[in-house]
Design a protein around this ligand. Structure first.
Ligand code: BQF
Length: 297
C-alpha cells in the first residue's frame, strides 16, 4: 500500500483565497485593510526568512504588513515597550512576535505583554487559557492548520487515538487541546509524548493519528506506526545537501519512504503542515481586524 499524500500547499492556497475574498468585500464596504505588524529580535536567518514568507503572504491576500527589527542587544524592557506601543496603535490589528527570541530574553514574559486581542499567534496565556476551557480564542496557527487539514480531507478524529510527539507551547500542547476537545471538532483520545517518554514505539504503534513535532529527522519509521495510520509531520529540519543551491534541504521527522508504505494518509515536508501555518496566520489577522473573536469587548 502507499499512502494518500495530504496537499497542505493546496489547502493553504484555498484558505488564503477565502481570506482574500473576505478582505476585498470588507474593504469595498469602506473598512481599512487589516494590518499585521511583525517583530523580529536579532538576526536569526530562519526568523527573517519566515517573516518574509509571512509578509509576502499578507501582500497576496490584501493584508498590510510592516516589520520591526530590534537588535539582539535589546533588553526585555525595551522589547516590552515596543510591543506596548503596538498594542496602543489602532492601525495595527495583529502582532507577530517571531520566535525563537535570542536566549537572554524570556519569551513567555514578552508574549504576555502582547494585547491578547492582537495575539494572532494565539500564544498569550489568555488565548491558551480560553482554548483550554473551550472559549473562543485565537488558535495557534500550526495546530489550527492541522485541524483544517482533517476537515478538508474528511479525516475523522472522533474516538480515535491521537499520539502527539513534542509538548511545546507552540504545537504539542495546543494540538492536544484542539484534538481532544469534546465539543465541535476533535473528540480524540490523546497521548502526549515528549523527550522523557520511554519507549516511544510502545505509544506510536497504537496511534490512529500520529502527529510528530519533535524536530528530529527520521525519528519516525515504518515499523513504529500502525497499518493505515494518519501521519502528520510537523518537523521542519534542515539537513546538509550539496546538490541543493542553498546547501541544505528541509526534511520532516518521518522517514517518508518507510512510513508512507504503512500509513493511509501522510503529510510531506515541505508542502504539508508548513504552508497551513502561514495561511492560518492570515485567517487570524483578518479575525483580529474584524474583532471577530472578542466582539463584546
Ligand atoms: C513548507 C518554524 C521552527 C521554528 C520556528 C511552508 C513554513 C515552513 C515550511 C513556515 C516555522 C515553520 C515557521 C513550509 C513558519 C512553518 O512548504 O513546508 C511554510 O513559514 N513556517 C515559523 O515562523 O517559525 C518557526 C519552525
Amino acid at each position: 500500500m502507499s499512502a494518500n499524500v495530504i496537499d497542505g500547499k493546496k489547502v493553504a492556497k484555498l484558505i488564503r483565497e477565502q481570506v482574500s475574498e473576505d478582505i476585498q468585500y470588507w474593504v469595498s464596504h469602506g473598512q481599512r485593510a487589516p494590518k499585521l505588524q511583525a517583530v523580529i529580535v536579532g538576526n536569526n536567518p530562519a526568523s527573517h526568512t519566515y517573516v518574509k514568507a509571512k509578509t509576502k503572504a499578507c501582500g497576496e491576500v490584501g493584508i498590510e504588513s510592516d516589520t520591526l527589527i530590534l537588535p539582539d542587544t535589546v533588553s526585555e524592557t525595551q522589547v516590552i515597550e515596543a510591543i506596548e506601543k503596538l498594542n496602543h496603535n489602532d492601525e495595527v490589528d495583529g502582532i507577530l512576535l517571531q520566535l525563537p527570541l535570542p536566549g537572554h530574553l524570556p519569551s513567555w514574559n514578552i508574549i504576555e505583554a502582547i494585547d491578547y486581542r492582537k495575539d494572532v499567534d494565539g500564544f498569550h496565556p489568555m488565548n491558551m487559557g480560553r482554548l483550554a476551557v473551550g472559549q473562543p480564542s485565537f488558535r495557534p496557527c500550526t495546530p489550527a492548520g492541522i485541524m483544517e487539514l482533517f476537515n478538508y480531507y474528511s479525516i475523522a478524529t472522533k474516538g480515535k487515538h491521537a499520539v502527539i510527539i513534542g509538548a511545546s507551547n507552540i504545537v504539542g500542547k495546543p494540538m492536544t487541546l484542539m484534538i481532544s476537545r469534546e465539543d465541535g471538532a476533535g473528540k480524540a483520545t490523546v497521548t502526549l509524548c515528549h523527550q522523557y517518554t520511554k519507549d516511544l514505539t510502545r505509544h506510536t504503534i497504537n496511534a490512529d493519528i500520529l502527529i510528530s513535532a519533535a524536530g528530529t529527522p527520521k525519528l519516525i519509521t515504518g515499523p513504529m506506526i500502525k497499518e493505515g495510520a494518519v501521519v502528520i509531520d510537523v518537523g521542519i529540519n534542515r539537513v546538509a545537501d550539496p546538490d541543493n543551491e542553498r546547501g541544505y534541504r528541509l526534511v520532516g521527522d518521518c522517514d517518508f519512504e518507510s512510513t508512507q508504505e504503512k500509513a493511509n494518509w501522510i503529510t510531506p515536508v515541505p508542502g504539508g503542515v508548513g504552508p497551513m501555518t502561514v495561511a492560518m496566520l492570515m485567517k487570524n489577522t483578518l479575525l483580529a481586524a474584524k474583532d471577530a473573536i472578542y466582539q463584546s469587548e
